[in-house]
Design a protein around this ligand. Structure first.
Ligand code: ADP
Ligand code: ASP
Ligand code: MG
Length: 422
């Protein structure tokens, strides 16, 4: 008997028929003798619908007070899902009980809309499991010290599931979704993308942090920190497929450094449309200038991603960096009102229509010429590179958003990712 956590995403929970299917699958695992904790997301589209309603009424700008209410509203999507799933399980003849985040409780800090999990109290859940019940816990949500409902950021049910698996020392956490595993890139963009049987934890972390939305980045961080055995697999296989076959399907996130079965130099391509670029033209090229520019930006709690500073000409330089697109207007306002004048910039420019495309692979550590192959493939398509950033196992380029899909396809082809590496 093992303790298993299943997570079902929005599409997998998208209708009562699909929820019934999820219940049948979970019932199969429970009947096989496993203790089951199930973490569903809201039904697909529901979180957007709820936040859309809030937006219709919300005042301009952002504030902790507003974000508190957004979490109050958004968390209800998952509350409906857990109730429906528990009922569907009971209809299958399986004892089941549902909990919201605060009932568990799953404790978080108070950063509404992007709260971080601090601890999980599992005694209630354990008691139910011991009594033979399937426990259904709402994903995406928690509670802070003041008993306010919090949410964990979009896609946060992945993190709920992995954190619960970590806290309860589950034998495995299975993330069921609408694709049958982690692919070399998003199969919606490149139909030839290939499913990976395993992906190293490091690569998965890079893919997630570079924009691949298959897993929320914090879920991968949790898996790494607590060594949670993690697998991504399809919820669309027939629910009654052989359980042993199902348990081996999908993509395993592997922690074994040298057990890299697929020896490709580049394992995957990630892309991110959520960034925007800002540039200060003609700032004095002197010590401290980067701090003078980025200090106030950091103080305003704006995350900075790629940074580029040009060579100096006549003592002046141009300085560009990217921020999340949600922070674009705020960053531009800050640069135009204070940072630009303070640094004597000749001009402040912005471009919200950029994207970042990245190649990822631990093989890049030991191979040269990977980045240049990337640049050649992009140049052959006439795609201009605006910024470049590299680390040991990834190279990212910032390009015009309109070339994103072309770039991803060209790179997928150039690195022959559709082929199985031998
Ligand atoms: P869920 O609702 O189950 O959490 P998501 O929409 O969050 O599902 O994530 C699954 C989607 O992630 C897939 O439908 C796919 O389009 C997208 N995706 C992005 N990158 C990848 C990748 N490398 N491999 C597989 N799917 C990916
Ligand atoms: N329902 C939440 C969202 O849409 C959480 C999740 O799906 O993981 O972001
Ligand atoms: Mg998701």
């Amino acid at each position: 008997m093992a303790l298993i956590v299943h997570k079902y995403g929005g599409t997998s929970m998208g209708s009562t028929d699909r929820i019934r299917n999820v219940a049948k699958r979970v019932a199969k695992w429970a009947r096989a003798g496993h203790q089951m904790v199930v973490v569903p997301s809201a039904m697909s589209g529901e979180t957007n619908r709820l936040l859309g309603l809030a937006k219709e009424l919300a005042p301009a700008g952002s504030s902790p007070e507003l974000n508190r209410e957004l979490d109050m509203i958004a968390s209800t999507g998952e509350q409906v899902s857990v109730g429906l799933l528990a009922i569907a399980l009971q209809a299958e003849g399986v004892e089941a009980v549902s909990y919201t985040g605060w009932q568990v409780p799953l404790n978080t800090d108070s950063s509404y809309t992007k709260a971080r999990i601090e601890s999980i109290e599992d005694s209630r859940v354990r008691a139910d499991l011991a009594a033979g019940k399937v426990v259904v816990i709402a994903g995406f949500q928690g509670v802070d010290d003041e008993m306010n409902i919090t949410t964990l950021g979009r896609g946060g049910s992945d993190t709920s599931a992995v954190a619960i698996a970590a806290a309860m020392k589950a034998d495995e956490c299975l993330i069921y979704t609408d694709v049958d595993g982690v692919y070399t890139t998003d199969p919606r963009i490149v139909p030839e993308a290939r499913r990976l049987h395993t992906i190293s934890f490091e690569e998965m972390l890079e893919m997630a942090s570079l924009g691949s939305k298959i897993l929320q980045i914090r879920s991968v961080e949790f898996a790494g920190k607590y060594r949670v055995p993690l697998r991504v697999l399809s919820s669309f296989t027939p629910w009654d497929i052989d359980i042993n076959e199902e348990a081996k399907s999908g993509t395993l996130i592997s922690f074994e450094e040298d057990e890299k079965m697929e020896q490709a130099v580049v394992s995957g391509i990630a892309f991110n449309r959520d960034e925007a670029k800002v540039t200060l033209l003609g700032v004095p090229d002197k010590p401290g200038i980067a701090f003078q520019i980025l200090g106030p930006v950091a103080e305003a709690n704006i995350d900075i991603d790629v940074i580029i500073q040009n060579v100096s000409q006549d003592g002046k330089t141009d300085f560009s960096f990217t921020v999340h697109r949600n922070d674009y207007a705020r960053t531009m306002a800050l640069l135009e009102s204070t940072v630009g004048p303070a640094t004597q910039a000749a001009k402040v420019q912005g471009d919200p229509k950029i994207c970042k495309v990245s190649i990822v692979g631990i093989g890049m550590r030991s191979h040269v010429g990977v980045a240049s192959k990337m640049f050649r493939a992009l140049s052959e398509e006439g795609i201009n590179i605006q910024m470049i950033s590299t680390s040991e196992i990834k190279t990212s380029v910032v390009i015009d958003e309109k070339y994103m899909e072309l770039a991803v396809r060209a790179l997928h082809k150039a690195f022959e990712l559709e082929k199985n590496p031998e």
